[in-house]
Design a protein around this ligand. Structure first.
Ligand code: 13P
Length: 254
């Protein structure tokens, strides 16, 4: 048994206008009223919807997250968003290094590292995404890819810096494809990630760090995934857009 509180997080990606986001968040709050309190819940809408959604979820069990963060405090960086902007919009979490950012926006382990530093410095909880592509899995490089992403992404950090860090293992081949990793595949990767943390940052952090699984999580596969000893929650994409579906994932039957 561990004391890791499970976290179920919804990544809304580039979906929902402000009114749609407000409506979805309001429905979710209603559906989760009275839900069990031993699970943390987070939703990450688009930047424009952060502040209004923050008002809607105030006082509920749902916390707010952003989908990215820039590392500079302020300045001439057109189109970027600063840590203080996210904090002032009500964010508690920030997703960093999602595979879509790595794939389409040239995100690298080095920029992931800077963004995590910015989150840590501003008291935001980073949700750091790692995961291998289909090709990397087929060529049996899953572990070496994960090892590199963690080590480079967290280079120069101390275990104290990473106390609240959350890792999301998201195999790229399982994102938006309907191909979920089997619970055994997820467990194998999560166990490996925990061992990387143990070697790099010590036993205490390795035992306390929450490792989420992401990739085609649905109400019908969440329980099986959560039953795995090293799976501490989920980062849900498509199935987080509908409040009822997401609330069923949060309230999965154990
Ligand atoms: P799907 O749940 O749509 O596969 O997306 C997963 C994801 O990328 C969450 O960040």
């Amino acid at each position: 048994m561990t004391n890791r509180t499970p976290l179920i997080a919804g990544n809304w990606k580039m979906f929902k206008t402000c009114p749609e986001a407000i409506e979805t968040a309001a429905q979710l709050v209603k559906l989760l009223a009275g839900a069990r309190e031993d699970i943390d819940v987070m939703i990450a809408p688009s930047f424009t919807a952060l502040a209004p959604v923050s008002d809607v979820i105030k006082g509920s069990c749902v916390s707010l997250g952003a989908q990215n963060i820039f590392w500079e405090a302020q300045g001439a960086f057109t189109g970027e968003i600063s840590p203080a902007m996210l904090v002032s919009a009500g964010c508690k979490y920030v997703i960093i290094g999602h595979s879509e950012r790595r794939q389409y926006f040239n995100e690298t382990d080095e920029t992931v590292n800077k963004r995590i530093q910015a989150a840590v410095n501003n008291n935001l909880i980073p949700v750091m995404c790692v995961g291998e592509s289909e090709k990397e899995r087929e060529s049996k490089n899953t572990f070496s890819v994960l090892d590199k992403q963690v080590k480079k992404g967290l280079e120069e950090f101390s275990p104290d810096d990473l106390e609240r860090l959350v890792i999301a293992y998201e195999p790229v081949w399982a994102i938006g494809t309907g191909k979920t990793a089997t619970s055994d595949q997820a467990q194998e990767a999560h166990q490996f990630l925990r061992s990387v943390f143990e070697k790099s940052f010590g036993n205490t952090l390795a035992k306390s760090i929450r490792i989420l699984y992401g990739g085609s999580v649905k109400p019908n596969n969440i329980a099986e995934l959560m039953a795995m000893p090293d799976v501490d929650g989920a980062l849900v994409g498509g199935a987080s857009l509908d409040p009822e579906t997401f609330s069923n994932i949060v309230q999965f039957k154990r």
